[in-house]
Design a protein around this ligand. Structure first.
Ligand code: ATP
Ligand code: MG
Length: 210
């Protein structure tokens, strides 16, 4: 009873980072399922400025990725977008974002939502133990990525850190931004893979043509 009341008192917020080039229904379904299963007040989508893990040179300009993300979340009152990383100089490290969010949402419990592929990269991230102290990670299942290999990779982390990584089963959507960009380039349909407002934005601004 006491513990339950305590838990209720701490508001939870989810952070969903990504390149979002473009944002699609895989991102939105994972965020919504995490919000529901972990009882979050809201989920904040944070498009990355210069993602430290991306080597792709032709990432769309930040203002396009930000605008597509804003349009994609508009119909969900529990979703919001932060331009924090986009307006920061230099590469965006998750630890800096989490520190900033911790100040903005003082007293809130933070969760960082990622897909199974992204969480497998955690060990290469800057300040991983501090990161896991500050927020729990939620690894959403994603077609093509086995959560089983996660346990092996986590072997080097302290048990207290490992305990901060939760897995989340989400309806499997084999959608990726890479595939959407390829489809646009090849003139194939992207309808139903992402929100209509994002699809329209892509065509209006001739994104992913070359
Ligand atoms: P790209 O193909 O350019 O890498 P992406 O589709 O992987 O794009 P990102 O912006 O890289 O999208 O992903 C942001 C976050 O969303 C990552 O944590 C990623 O694992 C997760 N994610 C992306 N697509 C899905 C999906 N279909 N199901 C679950 N999680 C996903
Ligand atoms: Mg990706």
């Amino acid at each position: 009873m006491g513990a339950h009341a305590n838990r209720k008192a701490t508001k939870r917020i989810g952070l969903m980072g990504g390149t979002f080039d473009p944002i699609h229904h895989g991102h939105l379904v994972a965020a919504e399922e995490a919000r529901y299963q972990f009882g979050m007040e809201k989920v904040i989508f944070i498009p990355a400025g210069i993602p430290p893990h991306k080597t792709r040179k032709d990432i769309s300009p930040p203002h396009h990725r930000l605008e597509m993300t804003v349009r994609a979340v508009a119909t969900n009152p529990s979703f919001a977008v932060s331009d924090l990383e986009i307006h920061r100089e230099g590469p965006s490290y998750t630890i800096d974002t989490v520190r900033a969010m911790q100040e903005m949402y003082c007293g809130w419990e933070l969760f960082f939502i990622t897909g199974a592929d992204a969480v497998l990269e955690i060990l290469t991230w800057k300040n991983v133990n501090e990161l896991l102290q500050k927020c729990c990670f939620i690894a959403a299942t994603r077609p093509g990525y086995r959560l089983g290999s996660l346990d092996r990779k986590l072997g080097d982390l302290p048990p207290a850190s490992v305990a901060r990584i939760k897995t989340l089963e989400v309806p499997a959507l084999a959608i990726s931004s890479t595939d959407i960009r390829r489809r646009v380039r090849e003139g194939r349909p992207i309808k139903y893979l992402l929100p209509k407002a994002v699809e329209e934005y892509i065509y209006q601004h001739s994104l992913y043509r070359s």
